[in-house]
Ligand binder design. Structure first.
Ligand SMILES: [Zn+2]
Length: 72
């Protein structure tokens, strides 16, 4: 039985449209996806980051955070 968890599942590579396969990321104990065509890797952290960057608000916040990190 094939189930697709809604929300985070990536069936198609955003770069080449290739097939994305599930891939365990042991270092962070998460499941990500890897493109069988071009090798593009996506994991929940990357998706979360991308989702935040999509809104002007989120992008601004991330940039501010990066600026603070640079000052330290
Ligand atoms: Zn690809």
């Amino acid at each position: 039985m094939v189930t697709h968890p809604t929300g985070t599942a990536q069936d198609q590579c955003h770069r080449c449209g290739g097939l994305m396969v599930r891939e365990e990321v042991r270092e962070v104990n998460m499941v990500g996806w890897r493109c069988v065509m071009c090798g593009e890797h996506i994991d929940p952290l990357i998706l979360e980051h991308r989702r935040k960057m999509r809104t002007p608000e989120g992008a601004k916040r991330l940039l501010e955070k990066a600026g603070i990190a640079e000052l330290n």
